[in-house]
Design a protein around this ligand. Structure first.
Ligand SMILES: Nc1nc2c(c(=O)[nH]1)N[C@H]1C(S)=C(S)[C@@H](COP(=O)(O)O)O[C@H]1N2
Ligand SMILES: [Mo]
Length: 412
């Protein structure tokens, strides 16, 4: 048996062949396209062009060409797009690994380049494989380990996505026609097909090609089934075994829904949130208004049923929020409802990520966008942002700033 992996006979699995690779390739063609689109949507949903507050991606330049005002309808929009991004990304891992396994002999093929065109193709494969592994790894680390790259996950995952997708697109254009032909015309079981990837010296099969695909698909289903629950509350969330439930257990009572960072974790002290100490500062138009919680309660209060949906892919179902409309706060410093501008929201929190965020005028004007004082019929709990937190329909969780201390209205 040849020792060198550069010899085709070294690779003996009878599973390898154009049919097996083509099935996996077509699944990834659809799946990765959905990942790319939902990923770009997630980036747009951050309002990264309200610089420099939300944007953590320096010099995005041309790559930000497509940014648009993220809508506030339907209120579950980000819950859906980001839940899809994360759940699908996790479920595709077995498919990606099987696809790489199925073509691994090519990695060792000699000579490394037969022609300039061949050299370029191999270079693009380097970006494709490297980019794919990089995107899946950074994505999993982010949802699994709670920000191993503080602040720098966004630029890494964002630039990586463009490199990966450019190589992916080139690869798809070159290979999809053949893959579709293979699926239509090739036999998938022995006697073995011919062509690239087929071992000239196959070992005895221990599983059929269909059986092997079944194992890959079963792995994907298992990951899907143990991930998808994080988009729901109650017992369904308990089925999300493989991913952290996104923070500490929320306990029971009106505040019993997912918590990202607790008050203690970010150093919010009960003394600074007490009735006596806490004041909300509202600024804009050169005016400044200060209100304690009692004064806020004198303003018209409204209800909105809205979810929280985190970039990590977890979300809650609708919670009942009650508080002051953001546009009514803009009115305090002299803005009419239909001319209310963007707002910069700052938290009491002094350190760490997410202590401030910018909202766009369409979000400020939506009547469901609140500075919430209550949730599910009770005062906000300390961990959900007492004395006041922002809640905006369809916005990523990170824009729903907790423990709000200051709001500055004006075009950003
Ligand atoms: N001040 C402050 N606000 C914050 C955060 C934070 O760490 N600090 N986390 C944000 C993120 S990433 C999410 S997903 C939501 C979670 O809100 P919850 O903990 O009430 O579910 O709060 C957002 N608001
Ligand atoms: Mo989040």
């Amino acid at each position: 048996m040849p020792r060198s992996p550069s010899s085709p006979a070294f690779w003996r699995s009878p599973l390898r062949g154009p049919w097996f690779t083509s099935v996996l390739g077509v699944v990834l063609l659809v799946g990765i396209t959905v990942l790319f689109v939902t990923g770009l949507l997630s980036y747009a949903a951050y309002n990264p062009d309200l610089s420099p507050v939300n944007d953590q991606t320096p010099d995005k330049g041309l790559l930000g060409f497509y940014l648009f005002a993220w809508p506030t309808d339907p209120s579950w929009l980000y819950r859906l797009t980001q839940g899809t991004h994360v759940t699908l990304g996790i479920a595709l891992i077995p498919v990606l690994l099987a696809k790489l396994w199925s073509v691994v002999p090519k990695l060792f093929a000699l000579p490394p380049a037969r022609s300039l065109a061949h050299a370029l193709e191999r270079l693009s494969l380097l970006l494709l494989v490297g980019g794919g592994l990089f995107e899946f790894t950074t994505g999993v680390l982010n949802v699994q380990l709670d920000y191993v790259f503080p602040g720098s996950f966004y630029p890494l995952h964002f630039y990586g996505a463009w490199v990966f997708f450019a190589a992916f697109l080139a690869h798809a254009v070159l290979k999809t026609p053949a893959a579709l032909r293979n699926l239509r015309h090739l036999r998938h079981e022995p006697p073995y097909e011919e062509g690239e990837l087929v071992s000239p010296n196959p070992a005895e099969p221990t599983v059929s090609r269909r059986g092997a695909l079944g194992v890959v698909g079963g792995g994907s289903l298992l990951l899907f089934g143990t991930t998808v629950g994080r988009g729901f509350d109650g017992p369904l969330r308990e089925t999300a075994l493989l991913v952290p439930h996104g923070g500490p257990e929320p306990g029971s009572g009106p505040g019993a829904f997912q918590i990202n960072k607790t008050a203690a974790a970010v150093g919010i002290d009960a003394r600074e949130t007490s009735e006596d100490a806490w004041r909300l500062v509202v600024e804009g138009n050169g005016r400044t208004v200060r209100l304690g919680r009692a004064a806020l309660l004198q303003l018209p209060l409204h209800n909105a049923a809205l979810p929280i949906a985190c970039v990590e892919g977890w979300s809650t179902s609708d919670q009942w929020w009650r508080g002051v409309r953001l546009r009514d706060l803009a009115a305090l410093v002299g803005y009419e409802t239909d001319t209310a501008p963007d707002v910069l929201v700052e938290s009491l929190q002094r350190h760490g990520a997410f202590r401030r965020s910018a909202l766009r005028d369409n979000q400020v004007r939506d009547p469901r966008s609140l500075l919430a004082l209550f949730v599910n019929g009770a005062d906000l709990t300390p961990d959900h942002g007492y004395p006041a937190r922002v809640i905006v329909p369809a916005a990523p969780g990170v824009l729903n700033t907790k423990w709000v201390a200051r709001m500055t209205f004006g075009d950003l």
